[in-house]
Write a protein that binds this ligand. Structure first.
Ligand code: UT7
Length: 325
């Protein structure tokens, strides 16, 4: 059976760092509140020339270098993002342009914070059918463009960045073993972001009251913990494995308390959950591939290790993916 393996990982974040102390000067908040309620200390914020596609292309270039490939070797580019530079074309087409990946076709996935897991799952299906394909899977966001910088409930949470991996097929018994995706659109009002106001006045709905992220934090928190636990249990059951077999869980980085709760419910030691949200905040679709790249480059993942990725985000969308490295 063909499986999808990761040949290289890469990540990139904008240069400018915004600390909790900086935020204290912008809204009524404190380092103490942000740190104790979220675990976040810093986040990177994009500036001129650091559009989503540009950061994504830098991350992708690093993944290609690790894989020992060039842009011309890539057959397909999938970008998980809700903050593409433009409404059209897709961010993936702009990444293709930046890289000069002339042999690839490219498209975006809108699954909010689960965008990377969704993109990975799609790549897995392609590679199982055509193992020779080389696919660039990216999660990239500049959420700084879509938060209300006067709303302390949300502006302290998010950051900008991108992560990428290059995948292909193998006949060896390693790579992506199982994946499971879920959505529940009935709950969309708990976490959503408007697009540009409709020019067709009949389509204006009452949610079109600004282009900012809006979130019912406490509700999202509860769903995030339960949903990620369910997705993880499902992929483990599919492979008849237990959580004790897992070497490392790389979850979406939204809140340290969500991750601690998840660990407690699963019965997993803290050291088995990779956490870097103190440095980057919640980077939505970029958070898992940035963490995966860091863990990979730091040598936290060894050949043969079982690695679990899991995400939860707006939609609602959620899912998990299980790899043997
Ligand atoms: O990535 C997609 C998925 N997103 C998530 O998973 C996020 C899930 N939710 C969360 O992470 C948490 O719910 C938050 C971090 C967003 C909020 O933490 P919380 O412990 O649920 O706080 P809360 O919203 O219940 O607010 C508690 C208090 C409120 O004041 P009162 O009403 O008790 O007087 C808020 O107004 O904290 C206040 N507050 C703040 N205070 C200082 C809210 N934001 C801030 C702030 N600084 N930045």
């Amino acid at each position: 059976m063909n499986r999808m393996v990761i040949l290289g990982t890469g990540s990139a974040v904008p240069e400018r760092v915004l600390s909790n102390e900086d935020l204290e000067k912008m809204v009524d908040t404190s380092d103490e509140w942000i740190t104790s309620r979220t675990g976040i200390k810093n986040r990177h914020i994009a500036g001129k020339g650091e559009e989503t596609s540009r950061i994504a292309a830098v991350a992708a270039g690093r993944a290609l270098a690790m894989a020992g490939l060039t842009a011309a070797d890539i057959d397909m580019i999938i970008v998980g993002t809700i903050t593409s530079d433009m409404g059209m074309p897709s961010c993936a087409c702009l990444v293709q342009k930046e890289l000069g990946a002339a042999n690839a076709f490219a498209f975006d996935i809108n699954a909010a914070c689960s965008g990377f897991i969704y993109a990975l799952d799609i790549a897995d299906k392609y590679v199982r059918a055509t193992p020779g394909l080389k696919i660039l899977v990216v999660g990239a966001e500049t959420l700084s463009a879509r938060v209300n910088w006067e709303d302390r409930n949300t502006c302290v949470l998010f950051g900008d960045g991108a992560g990428a991996c290059v995948v292909t097929g193998t006949a060896e018994d390693r790579g992506m073993l199982a994946g499971k995706l879920y959505s529940d659109g009935t709950l969309y009002r708990l976490l959503y972001m408007d697009s540009a106001p409709s020019m067709n006045k009949e389509l204006l709905c009452k949610e079109n009251d600004g282009s900012y992220i809006k979130m019912a934090g406490r509700d999202v928190f509860k769903y995030a913990v339960r949903s990620m636990e369910g997705a993880i249990s499902s992929v483990l059951a599919q492979e008849e494995l237990s959580v004790d077999d897992i070497s490392l869980i790389i979850p979406h980085q939204a809140n340290i308390r969500i991750l601690k709760s998840l660990g407690e419910r699963l019965g997993v030691a803290d050291e088995k959950i990779y956490i870097n949200l103190d440095k980057y905040g919640n980077t939505s679709a970029a958070s898992i591939p940035i963490a995966l790249d860091e863990a990979n480059r730091q040598g936290c993942i060894r050949p043969g290790d079982l690695i679990l990725l899991c995400a939860f985000g707006g939609g609602f969308t959620w899912g998990a993916a299980l790899f043997r490295w």
